[in-house]
Design a protein around this ligand. Structure first.
Ligand code: F6P
Length: 339
């Protein structure tokens, strides 16, 4: 029987298991192909580390966080010799088409491999919600919910102690999680990489609010905002800028400008772990089924994407043209509530 490979690569994201479950179930229902899971992202393809996946292997994983296949930031073009480093695994296992579930970096690697001859169907995943050519990615809703719950909790303790609370959220260079969680959590200011408010303006907003009788404020900080000292984070072993912690550098500046005690909470990987929301489970399931249908139909160099309420397919190259920032109109709405 022909084989469809599937891998998950890059940072994990709530909903990955729902995609795997959906692909395996949809392919199994068609009856013409088998599914081979590739372990630990591109690393498994380079090292021939795989496991067959049937319906029984994916029962009960819908609500599980992480990915049963494992993931890594290994990249055949960075840590190997590109297509040559994965060809043996593809040939040995008769993999006819590869379903690649990943963020922008993973999808760019998939595009390069497909240009060298591998048939690829992409599935966009990231909590950051910044992939081009799709309106939304699964995992984002879960991250926003985690951040919103945190803001609700921070608000009551901020109020009890008359403090300014900075809540830092993930998102890399884009502010999707910050903007949506800030809106949902009623933030008094939101600092985004796309529309970064100067800190003296943030201080003005906070002081104005406190003058009007409120004695606490909650501010959302996207991890990708430029730090006040403009010192950028170091890169990790994979050349990836390790963000996280910028709020610790903003807090003393704001405290100095406002005169109010300012505390920091960095949500970090809490936003990525754990069970996906119902929205993300449904989206990931729909994307997995659509990817399976495309793989079975002989599609190549495409990615599944959400347009409005529909799941469609787009050329993979389109998704790799650039990442998406937040909508300025939504930021304008959020600003109405600052202070
Ligand atoms: O891209 C998803 C993401 O969670 C970002 O929001 C964050 O900056 C990054 O991954 C963290 O990556 P790692 O888990 O490798 O530190």
């Amino acid at each position: 029987m022909s084989v469809i490979g599937i891998l998950t690569a890059g940072g994990d994201c709530p909903g990955l298991n729902a995609v795997i479950r959906s692909v395996v179930t949809a392919v199994g229902a068609a009856g013409s192909h088998e599914v081979l899971g590739v372990l630990n992202g591109w690393q498994g393809l380079m090292e021939d580390d795989t496991r067959p996946l049937g319906r029984e292997d994916v029962r009960g994983i819908l609500r599980a966080g992480g990915t049963i296949l494992g993931t890594s930031r290994m990249d055949p073009y960075v840590h190997g010799s590109g297509y040559a480093s994965v060809r043996a695994t593809l040939e040995r296992n008769d993999i006819e088409v590869l379903i690649v579930v990943g963020g922008d970096g993973t999808l760019r690697t998939a595009l390069r491999l497909s240009e060298e001859g591998i048939r690829v169907v992409g599935v966009p995943k990231t909590i950051d919600n910044d992939i081009g050519a799709t309106d939304v990615t699964f995992g984002f809703d879960t991250a926003v919910q985690v951040a919103t719950d945190a803001l609700d909790r921070l608000t009551t303790t901020a109020e009890a102690h008359n403090r300014v609370m900075l809540c830092e959220v993930m998102g890399r260079t884009k502010g999707w999680i910050a903007l949506h969680a800030g809106l949902a959590g009623g933030a008094d200011a939101i600092l985004l990489p796309e529309f970064q408010l100067p800190l003296d303006e943030v201080a003005r907003i906070i002081k104005g609010r406190h003058r009007r009788g409120r004695r606490y404020s909650v501010v959302v900080v996207a991890e990708g905002v430029v730090p006040p000292d403009d010192v950028h984070p170091a890169t990790d072993a994979f050349g990836f800028e390790r963000l996280g912690g910028v709020a610790y550098r903003i807090a003393p500046v704001l405290e100095e400008l406002t005169g109010f005690e300012t505390r920091v909470t960095v949500l970090g990987h809490l936003q990525r772990g754990g069970t996906p929301t119902a929205f993300d489970r449904v989206l990931a399931t729909r994307m997995g089924a659509a990817a399976a249908a495309l793989a079975l139909d002989g599609a190549d160099r495409v990615m599944v994407a959400v347009h409005g309420t529909r799941i469609e397919s787009v050329p993979l190259a389109e998704a790799c043209e650039g990442i998406r920032g937040v909508d300025p109109e939504l930021f304008a709405v959020a600003r109405l509530f600052f202070g």
